[in-house]
Design a protein around this ligand. Structure first.
Ligand SMILES: Cc1ncc(COP(=O)(O)O)c(C=O)c1O
Length: 401
């Protein structure tokens, strides 16, 4: 028997589909192929200046040792202030700094789930949720929006999905992959179900900064003391400050859960990188309002151009109202049966493969997001690349027979 055979729990975890496609597109670029990559999960802006400066200073000062397991106190204070601008009342002691929001989610599921416990997750959902939940012994139960409901679920749909094993309702607004933003009112109605049925809410608010048009971000834990007492807020610096590689995220929760997570982290990671923590502190305490607003406005222009271009391509349809994050879902089922280069499109995966091969545009097929008839388009690339990609997309679809 293979001595290195993976344990069942590891064997069940495939590599991330988005990372795989991103890698495939980058490999083609490295070979000199002119690919426009619309698969990326990060804003195409440089890391904000004060973060890099603070990291350099941390190294110069030899701030390079283990920090407290829950993170540097000044950073925990800065994170609580950052969160509380949305109306929450977090204290520094309720914040645990982690190596990215992804690790915060991993800790939260590990801290809360017993084998067989169920997590309700509105679909479509981010690719990592099923694996993070399964690794912690839980079961993801999708809650599917009704057709034509703008990819949003209702309190009634959540209520219907609850069983005596349900522990957690996972919310993610602005949402990856759809870009959909739930209003304060809609979140309050979902939160009410959680209170009524004694569920924990994990609210993944990693894209809180990226909200456009008339949409407004609302933090679940700001909706009242009852919901705050059962909510775990997840966030980080990755998306807001273009710091995906620094790996700093956080979890904010009632103190009891924050302590449980701190204990888990102390044995699995000791603490996040001391240098990256100082970088995050630099970003959170600098006056970056104008710069972040410029970036938001630039991304909004790209969003509107993408939505319009897709609406103008017969056979493609933007699903839901992408008012946040930097993605949208395009329904490609209107093109099923069409052919190109001797191949017939029968799925979103066929569409994505043919688009990459024939037009050198990379998008992510939605199967792993529980959106089998869609592709996810990330519109963060610089405008000239985006325009080129959208033209290629239109030519490709119009050239199908
Ligand atoms: C919805 C969602 N949650 C969490 C994360 C993880 O972010 P981080 O870089 O902080 O680990 C991502 C990153 O793609 C995401 O899209």
């Amino acid at each position: 028997m293979n001595p290195l055979r993976p344990a069942a729990r590891a064997a069940a975890v495939p590599p991330s589909a988005t990372a795989a496609l991103d890698a495939q597109a980058k490999a083609l670029v490295a070979e000199g192929v002119d690919v426009v990559n619309l698969t990326s999960g990060e804003p195409a802006f440089p890391t904000v200046g004060p973060a890099a400066h603070a990291a350099e200073q941390a190294i110069a000062e030899d701030f390079t040792r283990y920090t407290p397991a829950a993170g540097v106190p000044a950073l925990r204070t800065a994170i609580s202030a950052h969160l509380n601008r949305h109306g929450t009342t977090y204290e520094a002691a309720q914040v645990v700094v982690t190596a990215g929001a992804k690790q915060a989610l991993h800790h939260a599921f590990t801290a809360l789930l017993d084998p067989g416990d169920e997590v309700l997750v509105p679909a479509p959902y981010w690719v990592s949720y099923p694996h993070l939940i399964a690794l912690a012994g839980g079961t993801l139960v999708p809650v599917r929006p009704a057709p034509g409901a703008g990819l949003k679920v209702t309190p009634e749909q959540v209520r219907e999905a609850i069983t005596d094993r349900t522990r957690i309702l996972l919310l993610n607004s602005p949402a990856n992959p759809s870009g959909v933003v739930y209003s304060r009112h809609e979140l309050a109605a979902l939160a009410e179900v959680a209170v009524e049925r004694d569920l924990v809410v994990i609210s993944d608010e990693i894209c809180d900064h990226w909200v456009f048009g008339d949409a407004r971000f609302a933090s679940v834990a700001a909706l009242g003391a009852g919901i705050a007492a059962r909510t775990v807020t997840i966030g980080g610096v990755s998306k807001t400050f273009a710091m995906t590689g620094w790996r700093i995220g956080w979890l904010a929760a009632p103190a009891e859960l924050a302590s449980t997570v701190t204990a888990l982290q102390s044995h699995t990671a000791s603490a996040p990188s001391s240098i990256a923590q100082r970088a995050a502190l630099g970003a959170l305490t600098a006056d970056l309002g104008a710069e972040l607003e410029r970036r938001r406005s630039a991304l909004d222009t790209r969003r509107l151009a993408t939505v319009k271009a897709i609406a103008d391509i017969p056979g493609l349809r933007v699903d839901g109202n992408p008012e946040g994050a930097f993605f949208l879902l395009a329904d490609v089922s209107g093109l099923y049966g069409k052919t190109r280069a001797g191949r017939t499109i029968t799925s979103a995966a066929d569409f994505a493969e043919l688009l990459l091969a024939e037009a050198q545009v990379a998008v992510v097929p939605g199967a792993d997001f529980a959106a089998p008839d869609h592709v996810r388009i990330s519109y963060t690339v610089p405008p000239e690349q985006l325009d080129e990609a959208l033209e290629r997309l239109a030519r490709f679809v119009n050239g199908l027979s």
